[in-house]
Ligand binder design. Sequence first.
Ligand SMILES: [Zn+2]
Length: 131
Amino acid sequence: MIIPVIFAALVWGIAMRWRRQWPAAVAIGGAALVLFFVWTILSRLEDAATLLFWPYGFTVLGMGGFIAVLPRRPARHECTKCFYDLRGLDPEGLLCPECGQPWCGRGSGREPPDDVLIPMRSGPRKRTNVI
Ligand SMILES: [Zn+2]
């Protein structure tokens, strides 16, 4: 009974990790193929599992397809607008060769300022004016 859950988690995990990239499409296609073979076996049985197969299959493939087309964040070396790979280019004053977006990453001179970290108190505030 745990195998369908593991299968769905595997398909959705691969789709999420490589969304909008070819491994996600391979995972969805492979899942459809596996489900087809399982259906050929289950169709010979008169079992309650055959009733649950179609909702399960549509859920796994539908959610996997939805997850696979979700937008992804650009990697640290990619343009934030068009995902162009900027590795190997001089980062100082760099404009994206594809779309003209200014590069604001490491080494560009346009990095956002570092976050100011304020240490937390180790305990409750002490009373200073006790009456
Ligand atoms: Zn770009």
